[in-house]
Write a protein that binds this ligand. Structure first.
Ligand code: SF4
Length: 243
C-alpha cells in the first residue's frame, strides 16, 4: 500500500463491525485501541485487528481520505478490504447527490456495481474541497490535459478561479483508482472534471467542444480506459472479462 508517514486504517472489531481511523503510527495505534485508550467505540469491542490501511505522504491527504472512507457504507468498505473494486465511477452516476446542482443521476446497473463492491464511486470536485451545491465550472483555454499542463484554467460562473480544487480533486481520485487497481473509469460526460470526450467551451453558453475534464485527463494518463454513461455497458463486460 505504499510508503508514507500518515495512515488511514480500518479495524475489524470483535463484534464484526468496522471502525475507520487515522494515525501516524499504526502499531502504536492498534495497541492503544486494544488497551481501550483510543476510542470509546472500540473500547467496548475489543480485541480489534487492522484489516486495511493506506499510507499518505501528508496529513491533509490522510485526513481527507479518512473522512471519505468514514462516509462509505459497510459494503464499500468491504470492497476496499477485499480489493474487489476494479472500476471507478463518477459518483453522481451511481446516485450520489454530489452534482453542482445538489442532485445525482440514477443508473441502476452502475449503482449495483458499487453495491456489489465492483466499483468505487468518486467525485473529484467534492474530493477537491468544493461544496454541494456549488456554482457550475467550465474550463477556459483548452481541456483537462491543458489544465494539468498549465495552459488552461477552470473558472466558476462568477469568475472565481477553481483550478487548484480541480487539480487537487483529480489527484485524489487518481490515488483512489491506483489503490483499487482500477482499469476502467465510467465518467459523466461533459463535466469539466469527468467528461471523457466532450466538455463545455468555457463561456457558460451551453456550447460543447471535444475534449476531456481534468480528472478524466489524469486517469487517462494513469492508463485507465475511459468511457461515459453513453457507452459503458460493453466496456464493463470487457473489464470484467479481463479481471
Ligand atoms: S460529474 Fe464528476 S465531479 Fe461532477 S458531480 Fe459527477 S462525479 Fe462529481
Amino acid at each position: 500500500m505504499g510508503g508514507g508517514s500518515y495512515f488511514v486504517y480500518i479495524l475489524k472489531c470483535n463484534d464484526g463491525t468496522l471502525y475507520t481511523g487515522y494515525t501516524v503510527n499504526l502499531e502504536e495505534r492498534l495497541q492503544k485501541h486494544n488497551r481501550g485508550l483510543a476510542s470509546k467505540y472500540t473500547r467496548r469491542r475489543r480485541p480489534v485487528e487492522i484489516v486495511y490501511h493506506e499510507a499518505f505522504l501528508d496529513r491533509a491527504g490522510a485526513m481527507r481520505r479518512e473522512s471519505a472512507v468514514k462516509k462509505m457504507d459497510r459494503r464499500e468498505k468491504l470492497a476496499l478490504i477485499n480489493g474487489k473494486a476494479k472500476i471507478v465511477i463518477s459518483a453522481c452516476l451511481a446516485g450520489k447527490e454530489c452534482r453542482y446542482s445538489g442532485d445525482g443521476f440514477d443508473y441502476p446497473d452502475l449503482r449495483r456495481l458499487v453495491e456489489e463492491g465492483c466499483a468505487v464511486p468518486v467525485c473529484p470536485e467534492v474530493a477537491g474541497g468544493l461544496p454541494v451545491p456549488r456554482e457550475p465550472c467550465e474550463i477556459r483555454g483548452g481541456d483537462g490535459f491543458d489544465v494539468l499542463d498549465g495552459r488552461a484554467r477552470v473558472f466558476d460562473k462568477s469568475g472565481e478561479d477553481r483550478t487548484g480544487a480541480f487539480i487537487d480533486g483529480a489527484r485524489q481520485i487518481m490515488e483512489q483508482a491506483r489503490r483499487a487497481k482500477a482499469r476502467l473509469a465510467v465518467l459523466k460526460e461533459r463535466s469539466p472534471s469527468c467528461g471523457s470526450t466532450v466538455i463545455y467551451d468555457g463561456t457558460f453558453s451551453g456550447r460543447r467542444i471535444p475534449g476531456c475534464g481534468c480528472a478524466a485527463a489524469m486517469l487517462y494518463r494513469e492508463g485507465l480506459e475511459l468511457c461515459s454513461e453513453m457507452n459503458y455497458k460493453m466496456k464493463i463486460d470487457w473489464c470484467r472479462n479481463k479481471s
